[in-house]
Unconditional design. Structure first.
Length: 411
């Protein structure tokens, strides 16, 4: 029964749409004849709306729809200004955050944090610099202006001209009604009376002017009514696509500065109340430095600090050695050969440096997964890596897929 009801509803909708189309097509063809009838049969062609007894229902209905359409375009034009203002404030916030975070990280004098801060600042500039032609914000501003703002402003300007023509038509209609009343008053005059001839000439001139303006206004109202849905739908779909393009390019800019894999500890697990538990645990530990248990706390903490720095240096030793070793330049032909096979440029360069520009050896190294096993540059681990760190990695082997987010869970 539900399928039958759906089919009948769809059929009724199609029938209603066809009826509306036929109605407007009929109105477009027949309505201009109302005035033309007055040329051929002056007495019989004077309709009630032409006499001023009531307004033309067809024209007034289309004029009402045009007014609604014009108000909608005006509202969209105002909201577009608010839309761009919001995006500009968002971009300003992104740049302010990245600049401030990079500056504070630079004060730590840790080369890893300094490099990460610079990468974040570069990604923010790719998103939010309005003076950079290829930034996400600049692209959004240009595309929005060309594809939505300018067409809407052109429509609003044309609508103002059409409103002027509508007012002109109303004045001419009033003149036409006055000329018709004047002709009614001249019916009892002699055919050769100059007043009757002057009234006929005036009526013919006013009728010709009215017909010209009326036809122009009606055709514009009919055309706008016919394309109104397409205009608003184009504005809606274009706006959705531009928003998608902005956020997609912004995500791409940030993704480019992320490691292929990274491990980190969530901030809620390092709140003061959580760290306080760790402090109590360390104080009660049996292997706590004896120097602290006696009296020399500074020596104890210095020893612990040296132990931690030693562990960190050992964990970074492989990465440092790998960075320092490859000093030879990469052969462009070998690099082009690997890129043609579909390998990423950074990995291809690294493989060629490690294997002395031996293309086959570099390709074997990339294919057997050795590049993924080396974690120096590609895996960013926290200092306390053994305490419940979360791992974040791409969903596809080439790193192009979406990155799963671990932030949804709460403790």
């Amino acid at each position: 029964p539900s399928t039958t009801t759906g089919a009948s509803t769809a059929a009724a909708a199609r029938a209603a749409a066809a009826s509306a189309i036929a109605k407007y097509a009929f109105l477009a063809k027949t309505r201009p004849l109302t005035v033309a009838m007055a040329d051929v049969e002056p007495a019989a062609g004077r309709s009630a709306w032409l006499k001023g007894e009531h307004e033309d229902p067809i024209f007034e209905g289309m004029l009402k729809d045009f007014t609604v359409f014009d108000d909608a375009l005006k509202a969209i034009d105002v909201k577009l200004d608010d839309f761009m203002l919001g995006f500009s404030e968002l971009a300003c916030g992104i740049r302010s955050l990245s600049e401030g975070l990079a500056a504070e990280l630079a004060r730590l004098h840790d080369p890893v944090f300094v490099a990460e801060g610079c990468k974040l600042r570069e990604a923010a500039n790719q998103i939010a610099r309005s003076d950079a032609p290829c930034s996400s914000l600049s692209k959004l501003q240009r595309n929005l202006e060309f594809n939505i703002c300018k067409p809407i402003k052109d429509h609003l300007a044309n609508n103002e001209k059409l409103k002027t023509e509508v007012n002109k038509r109303r004045l001419l209609l009033d003149d036409l009604r006055g000329a018709l009343k004047q002709m009614d008053m001249c019916e009892n005059l002699d055919p050769g009376d100059k007043r009757s001839a002057m009234a006929k000439e005036e009526l013919a001139a006013i009728r010709a002017s009215f017909k010209k303006v009326d036809s122009h206004v009606f055709e514009w109202l009919y055309t706008l009514d016919e394309h109104r849905g397409d205009i608003l739908d184009s504005c809606l779909q274009t706006l959705k696509y531009l928003q998608y393009e902005f956020f997609a390019s912004s995500a791409h800019a940030l993704s480019a500065v992320l490691p292929a894999r990274m491990e980190f500890r969530p901030m809620p697990e390092m709140e003061p109340k959580c760290l306080e538990a760790q402090v109590h645990l360390e104080l009660q530990s049996d292997d706590f430095p004896l120097d602290f248990q006696t009296c020399d706390s500074s020596a104890a903490f210095a020893a612990r600090l040296l132990q931690r720095l030693t562990r960190e240096n050992k964990s970074r030793a492989g990465a440092v050695a790998e960075k320092a070793a490859p000093a030879a330049s990469v052969d462009p032909l070998s690099l082009s050969s690997l890129l043609a096979q579909g390998f990423e440029e950074s990995r291809a360069r690294r493989a060629l440096r490690l294997h002395g520009n031996d293309t086959q050896a570099a390709m074997d190294w990339l294919l057997d997964g050795s590049a993924d096993q080396c974690s120096g540059e590609e895996v960013r681990r926290p200092v306390t890596a053994g305490r419940g760190a979360l791992e974040l990695r791409p969903s596809t082997e080439d790193g192009s897929g979406p990155r799963p987010s671990p932030f949804g869970r709460t403790s």
